[in-house]
Design a protein around this ligand. Structure first.
Ligand SMILES: Cc1cc2nc3c(=O)[nH]c(=O)nc-3n(C[C@H](O)[C@H](O)[C@H](O)COP(=O)(O)O)c2cc1C
Ligand code: SF4
Length: 345
């Protein structure tokens, strides 16, 4: 179970592990019995000491009660569980880097194929899913697929615990069916910004997610509609910024984050992220000189293309999402009137 929850502004996994650990244990036991696995591991980030302690206690109690162990609920089938603690690396949330970490090595992404389902932990077939995915299984089995299908829209069925964070008056978790809008979440549930100023930008889907264009804040939140606009729903993390935010600096931060967290295995991510910081600095330094911008904006676009299509995993592959969306929706923060004008110059 992937409980690394490294995305900025996300805490749904933590709340579930701390508040309802037996749902996760039940979901993992069901998954284990379904695929014939006898060993379940939960990889929890070290920043979650309460979740780790709660989960360990709950596993011990479930074992004592016969819900885990050599004979799960008298079925004659075994399923054991244990908790493994991460060590503060964002990329260890990527499932193959996580396998390396559990095996005691540096968290570096593995080449695929083979997929972990074929050759995963210690070379054995391994199913890896997120906390929320696994914890949803007991409800679906108890109430039936049609019940779960009844929530949501399009192909995005069920619910998602959206997490409101950043500059927001009422931060927290809102579990809703897919289909509501970003504006409903940040304004109706979140109450707008904590500073009381206008909302300028909203990043959805963690540090690799886009800044959703203000024109799309009323669009329904579902995987397909978001993907069609180049956005991501991801783990449902929503980070709000008010009108004092400098989007060029936030784009720079995305590149810097990638440079810090890159596992270093592939060049577009390892080197591209550092070059990305430099080129954004040059764009900002060019001030309002359109001729100086044009070449640098084209270079940034080309670099983003290389990272997006040439990286081995979503770390380098999706860092262009926040960068490009910041540039396209807030060009004035980069000192340019519009990205199309910069390209034409
Ligand atoms: C750089 C990077 C970091 C990731 N971090 C997490 C994470 O913290 N938690 C998580 O569940 N998935 C994370 N993922 C996604 C996992 O690789 C994988 O898709 C996920 O565990 C699958 O679970 P699901 O299909 O149940 O959502 C990350 C992916 C990448 C590329
Ligand atoms: S994209 Fe970045 S994090 Fe992913 S494998 Fe390449 S270097 Fe590692």
């Amino acid at each position: 179970c992937n409980a690394d929850e490294g995305d900025s502004g996300t805490f749904a996994d933590r709340l579930l592990m701390e508040g309802d650990p037996y749902t996760l244990i039940e979901g993992m036991a069901i998954a284990g019995l379904a695929v014939g696995a006898t060993q379940g591991l939960v990889y929890v980030r070290s920043e979650y000491p309460h979740a780790i302690a709660t989960l360990r206690e709950a596993i011990a109690r479930a074992e004592a009660a016969g819900w885990l162990g050599r004979d799960v609920a008298g079925s004659g089938r075994a399923f054991h569980m244990e908790v493994r603690k991460g060590a503060g690396s964002y990329v260890c949330g990527e499932e193959t880097a996580m396998l390396e970490s559990i095996e005691g090595r540096r968290g570096i992404v593995r080449a695929k194929p083979p997929l972990p389902a074929i050759a995963g932990l210690w070379g054995r077939p391994t199913v890896i899913n997120n906390v929320i995915t696994l914890a949803t299984v007991p409800l679906i089995l108890a109430r039936g697929a049609a019940f779960y299908q009844g929530f949501g829209m399009g192909r995005s069925r069920g619910t998602l615990p959206f997490q409101l964070a950043g500059n927001i008056a009422r931060g927290g978790l809102v579990e809703k069916a897919f289909g509501l809008s970003l504006r409903e979440l940040v304004e109706d549930f979140g109450g707008g910004t904590a500073t009381g100023r206008a909302i300028k930008a909203v990043q959805v889907g963690g540090p690799l997610g886009s800044y959703v264009a203000p024109a799309d804040w009323d669009a329904p939140l579902d995987y397909e509609a978001y993907a069609a606009k180049g956005n991501v729903v991801g783990h449902g993390g929503i980070v709000v910024h008010d009108d004092t935010a400098d989007m060029a600096q936030l784009a720079r931060y995305a590149m810097e984050f990638c440079a810090i967290e890159s596992c270093g295995k592939c060049t577009p991510c390892r080197i591209g992220s550092t070059r990305g910081v430099e080129v954004i600095d040059r764009i900002v330094r060019a001030g309002s000189n359109p001729a100086a911008h044009a070449g640098q904006v084209a270079l940034l676009e080309s670099l983003c293309d290389t990272m997006q299509h040439g990286s081995m995993c979503a770390m380098g592959g999706m860092t262009p999402y926040p960068v490009r969306s910041a540039l396209n929706h807030y060009p004035q923060d980069f000192g340019i009137e519009s990205t199309t004008a910069a390209a034409a110059a």
